[in-house]
Design a binder for this molecule. Structure first.
Ligand code: ZN
Length: 221
């Protein structure tokens, strides 16, 4: 069985806008402090190694083959190795964790990645014999009511994934419903946390604060 964990704001050493468990190195927090927070996380989760990625809102999927794997430009990491934790950084996007008996994945699911097919691409990496045994867990992310986009973006998005829709008047996107639709169409079992990062001060939210930290979803075999 895979192990999963989602962090929030509390439990780290960062200060100010990054108070206190910021795990992102790209948000102008003090790097030494972020690395200490990452070490705390690795230790708490009893992992030998914890691998992060440089997330680009793209669809690059990278397989982590060893414990000293270099940080890659990617929006999904997969591994078949036990003891290696995979981390996805978020502050409103969906941290999606996937597992089958012999593989785990950490996936960054924002609007762009979702529309570009990041979820479908990751699912193709799982062993064919385990496709009916994939479990998904969606951690805290922004809710529909808090995710208004401009009307053109709204129309473009729902033309590709109708389940993202709310109403033309509101033009808010339901990222979780969109991800759920794709996962369900591949017969993946889904666990959802139903926590909105923008409304819950226990989580970092880019839409709420702009300059803010990043929490993670972590998965390991
Ligand atoms: Zn909300």
């Amino acid at each position: 069985m895979a192990r999963t964990l989602f962090t929030g704001c509390a439990g780290g050493l960062s200060v100010g806008a990054f108070d206190s468990f910021n795990l992102g190195t790209h948000v102008s927090d003090d790097i030494d402090t972020v690395m200490k927070n990452r070490e705390t996380l690795r230790s708490l989760f009893s992992l030998d190694h914890l691998i992060f990625m440089n997330q680009t809102h793209g669809t690059n999927v990278v397989e982590v083959m060893s414990d000293d794997w270099p940080t890659a430009d990617a929006d999904a990491l997969i591994t078949r190795s036990k003891g290696i934790g995979l981390a996805v950084l978020t502050a409103d996007c969906i941290p999606l964790l996937l597992s089958s008996p012999s593989m785990v994945a950490a996936v960054h699911v924002g609007r762009r990645g979702l529309l570009s097919g990041i979820i479908q691409k990751v699912l193709t990496k799982f062993p064919e014999t385990e496709l009916d045994q994939i479990l998904a867990e969606m951690g805290p992310s922004i809710c529909t009511n808090c995710y208004e986009v401009d009307l053109a973006t709204y129309r473009d998005a729902i033309s590709l994934i109708p389940e993202l829709a709310s109403s033309v008047q509101a033009h808010q996107l339901d990222l979780v419903a969109g991800a759920r639709a794709i996962l369900s169409s591949h017969n993946v079992s889904i666990l959802e946390h139903h926590i909105c990062t923008r409304e819950n001060a226990n989580y970092f939210s880019f839409r709420r604060n702009k300059v803010t930290g990043r929490q993670v979803g972590v998965i390991a075999l």
